[in-house]
Design a protein around this ligand. Sequence first.
Ligand SMILES: NC(=O)C1=CN([C@@H]2O[C@H](COP(=O)(O)OP(=O)(O)OC[C@H]3O[C@@H](n4cnc5c(N)ncnc54)[C@H](O)[C@@H]3O)[C@@H](O)[C@H]2O)C=CC1
Ligand SMILES: O=C(O)[C@H]1O[C@H](OP(=O)(O)OP(=O)(O)OC[C@H]2O[C@@H](n3ccc(=O)[nH]c3=O)[C@H](O)[C@@H]2O)[C@H](O)[C@@H](O)[C@@H]1O
Length: 471
Amino acid sequence: MRPTKNICCIGAGYVGGPTMSVIAQKNPSIKVTCVDLNESRIKAWNNENLDNLPIYEPGLAEVVAEARGRNLFFSTDVDKAIDEADMIFISVNTPTKTYGEGKGMAADLKYIELCARQIARVATNDKIIVEKSTLPVRTAEAVKSILDHTGNGVNFQILSNPEFLAEGTAIQDLQNADRVLIGGENTEDGKLAMQELVNIYASWLPKDRILTTNVWSSELSKLVANAFLAQRVSSINAISELCEVTEADVQEVAKAIGKDSRIGPKFLNASVGFGGSCFQKDILNLVYISKSLGLNEVADYWEQVIIMNDHQKNRFARKIVKTLYNTVADKKIAFLGWAFKKDTNDTRESAAIYIAEKLLHEQANITIYDPKVKEHQIFSDLEYLGTLDPEIIKQRVRVVNDPYLAMDQAHAIAILTEWDEFITYDWRRVYDKMVKPAFVFDGRGITDGLNLEKYDFQVFRLGKSITTNKG
Ligand SMILES: NC(=O)C1=CN([C@@H]2O[C@H](COP(=O)(O)OP(=O)(O)OC[C@H]3O[C@@H](n4cnc5c(N)ncnc54)[C@H](O)[C@@H]3O)[C@@H](O)[C@H]2O)C=CC1
Ligand SMILES: O=C(O)[C@H]1O[C@H](OP(=O)(O)OP(=O)(O)OC[C@H]2O[C@@H](n3ccc(=O)[nH]c3=O)[C@H](O)[C@@H]2O)[C@H](O)[C@@H](O)[C@@H]1O
């Protein structure tokens, strides 16, 4: 096996872009080319102005500035990059299927299959294929079958190398990963291929953080890691509802249980519901796999994490309507935040979309401010739901670049993303300009230290009792 000199990554999205940037930064002697079919995305990756990169991620621009043009390249010429590469990462999207068998649950693997077929058609020398996308367990079998049956005598080694970065902290997560997982075949060639990939990560990570396993454990571990993380959020969110009716305080409960080193303090922030492109998709996939194997109790167990998450989003929207005297019709509701979490411009499956949907069905007017999400994205998220009349969206939704404008003359504010800047606002000024009583619905637990009640705001905080919430 030749030492890896040339890497290609198919898919320049939230995973491919940052991951390849860090691999290139840390391995200056390896040429890394990230390719994508999406021309405007590649154009943005190549934009001279680093503020215009297609993805907002703290620290990303600096890494791109260091490596781009040196050993990091972004291109739409997929065939050329495949042909030149010793190692090919597949980092394309694997969304939930929207059609046919497994609709609404199974992962849609059509993009993966297209990549495998393209590699098989173009490759003329031996290559290591790395599954970076999140895939159902045993997908490597299908990828290998396509490569072996349509290829031209070329040998392929398939590795599974799932990505564990979280958006908003992607660069930090890549540069200082808790672990890197590499699954491969237990054969001489399989071990050599794994070693090639270990070497790439070992250029910046300690060896004991690089785990090697069989392919199936690696594929399954990715789904399981996301399922466990999401389960923690649903667990604390379930407790938040209980706190609201028992005068317990969810933040105090989270702190108290998190101090137990067996439980740990992370991922215990009660919220308006988890979002993002992966938790829901990956759990549904796990549920689908379990069901397909006849493991109904296993499937039901994990599905409950999603049911709880839907409940949390619904009850937050209902709380707004109920508190505003059972009607939000023609009232102005200001949204602070649209992204699914802070420090990212990604809005996929963001809870804000579903809260907006419910309030629009109740004929509310919504004005949205998010520091990093663009207006066209917000409108496209709402239209994509397919449940709202496009005319209603146009009439009732406004997106603004100034948070004070969003809150001016509002009946209520809904805090849906935990952006740091929200707590720096002049809340006296906000209060003065709102319709009274001025309501705040804090879906992220960020207003505790602000004592908004001193300005006479009526505040609802998730997971706080009625008494704490002052009615
Ligand atoms: N977003 C995240 O935080 C994480 C995502 N993942 C997984 O990584 C995978 C990719 O996710 P994202 O980067 O978020 O998706 P994304 O949608 O941001 O990027 C995927 C890119 O692949 C491109 N693409 C699709 N088919 C192609 C083809 N045949 N040739 C060339 N380009 C093609 C698309 O145009 C798109 O730009 C998914 O399987 C996801 O589950 C894993 C860990 C974290
Ligand atoms: O496979 C993936 O895509 C990735 O999914 C998650 O990362 P991500 O979705 O980017 O972001 P998280 O930080 O996990 O947050 C997910 C959602 O849970 C919410 N959350 C998180 C933590 C918490 O305590 N409470 C809470 O409501 C966040 O606000 C967000 O809406 C995992 O954390 C990553 O390890 C994984 O690689």
